[in-house]
Design a binder for this molecule. Structure first.
Ligand code: NAD
Length: 426
């Protein structure tokens, strides 16, 4: 009997860190609050389609290596599914499923004509050559080609994938389809039909959410102290935008540690020195840990790295007044409750990081119409979409007296549930 206890605790802890389970929990709560019957939850708790593929690639040492990949399509009642492809050693079926549900919610919150999709390949691009990466990218597209396409499911970049990988994938799909098909994928280089502003879109969206949240909290962004965890695509551009708006970025980090300066870090210098994987702290001696970084004295904290960073263990020690989740799933549900009880305004991932999918949608629209917009047009449209999404979620949170995460899920599931009902699925 005594021996059972640690196993129970371990299971309980694993459950709390299980992103699919916690997502399902909030989806259920949101649907209950909106008054939908249980069969709506039964449909939405899992993707409608999940494909696992095995991708053989000839490596540089002439041996064949078999990679495992996934493509999850959560719900296509509203329109084609849409979401990034992640290259990472920790990619799992569960994670890809959860990420595809989040994409559905994001599309619902910013009112895009999409459902959510997501893909991933178990690999470590940091240890692969350019040629090997191309082999994996093309092999993945061949393996999933039957279920993707500009009117079915549209991939995009995510962790450790970039515009070059999108270009290889677009080229492979165009060969299979036998015509040039830029609308198959977003996040492409500009010369292949990419959109202005796509690379910085997530960080721009987070910046707009920070400005809106700061207004609600009576904080002036100019002079505010900001801490950013993660210095990759999302984190580094965000640090730059905050710095340019006159905020003081007092802490940043990457996978190897963090940097802290209460007078503000030299962001332009750090951007100049970081590598393409978002690593910069390895160039410094006096670093702090990521755990210490999250608890730094600041006004605004932005987790922009990985999942499960703010938990019930450190939520009581967070000093920020506003937490804006640029990363997907950085805060557990217990931590969400603690932050909310402490009066900290949390802008959840499904709202805060929806800038990326919004400009991906703009890219797809431009590809479909064959007419391209200026950077200013993209920025103005993005601003309007994110402000509207923020207002909608904030208002729902106030009027329904729920935390911002539950409010965002309520806004996010509604359109999908209605579309599924009109189609006669439920
Ligand atoms: P990225 O690969 O460009 O950068 C990730 C950063 O996190 C790097 O600086 C890396 O060193 C750091 N990191 C990795 N492991 C860490 C750890 N254990 N502790 C602290 N830092 C760690 O990725 P990205 O595109 O910037 O994405 C970051 C997060 O934002 C992810 O959760 C992603 O899903 C989310 N996101 C990104 C986009 C986008 O368009 N880039 C859109 C929506 C959501």
């Amino acid at each position: 009997m005594v021996a059972d206890k640690p196993a129970d605790n371990a299971n309980e802890k694993n459950d709390k860190l299980d992103v699919l389970k916690s997502t399902q929990t909030v989806v259920k709560k949101a649907l209950d609050k909106l008054g939908y019957p249980n069969e709506v939850y039964e449909l939405m708790k899992e993707p409608v389609r999940m494909m696992t593929v095995r991708i053989p690639v000839r490596m540089d040492n002439d041996q064949i290596k078999i990679f495992t990949g996934y493509r999850s399509q959560h719900n296509d009642a509203v329109g084609p599914t849409k979401g990034g492809v992640r290259f990472h050693p920790n990619v799992s079926e569960k994670e890809v499923k959860a990420l595809s549900i989040w994409m559905s919610l994001k599309a619902g919150i910013v009112d895009l004509p999409y459902g959510g999709g997501k893909g991933g390949i178990v690999c470590d691009p940091r240890e692969m050559s350019f040629r090997e990466l191309e082999g994996v990218s093309r092999g993945y597209v061949r393996a999933i080609s039957q279920i993707v396409g500009p009117t079915k499911d549209i991939p995009a970049p995510d962790v450790f994938t970039n515009s070059q990988i999108m270009a290889w994938m677009m080229d492979e799909y165009s060969r299979i389809d036998e015509f040039n098909n830029p609308g198959f994928i977003t996040g492409k280089p500009l010369v292949l039909g990419g959109s202005h502003g796509r690379e910085t879109a997530t960080a721009k969206g987070v910046t707009i959410c920070i400005e809106e949240a700061a207004k609600k909290k009576g904080i002036n962004v100019e002079g505010a102290r900001v801490v950013v965890q993660g210095f990759g695509n999302a984190g580094s551009f965000l640090a730059k935008f905050m710095h340019d708006k006159g905020a003081k970025v007092v802490g940043i980090s990457d996978a190897y540690g963090g940097l802290h300066d209460p007078d503000g870090l030299d962001i332009d210098y750090l951007l100049d020195r970081r590598d393409s994987f978002g690593t910069v702290t390895n160039l410094f001696n006096n670093t702090i840990t990521n755990e210490e970084l999250l608890e730094l004295d600041c006004d605004i904290l932005v987790p922009a790295a990985i999942e499960n960073q703010i938990t019930e263990e450190n939520a009581h020690n967070i000093k920020a007044n506003i937490v804006v989740e640029a990363a997907n799933g950085p805060t557990t549900l217990e931590a969400t409750r603690i932050l909310s009880e402490r009066g900290i305004l949390l802008v959840p991932d499904v709202l805060a990081s929806s800038g990326g999918v919004t400009v991906s949608y703009f890219e797809w629209v431009q590809n479909n119409q064959g007419y391209y917009w200026t950077e200013e047009e993209v920025e103005e449209k993005l601003h309007n979409v994110i402000v509207k999404g923020f207002d909608n979620v904030y208002r729902t949170s106030e009027t329904r007296r729920v935390d911002m995460r539950l409010a965002a899920y309520m806004v996010g599931v509604r359109k999908m549930a209605e579309a599924s009902r009109f189609r006669g699925w439920i």
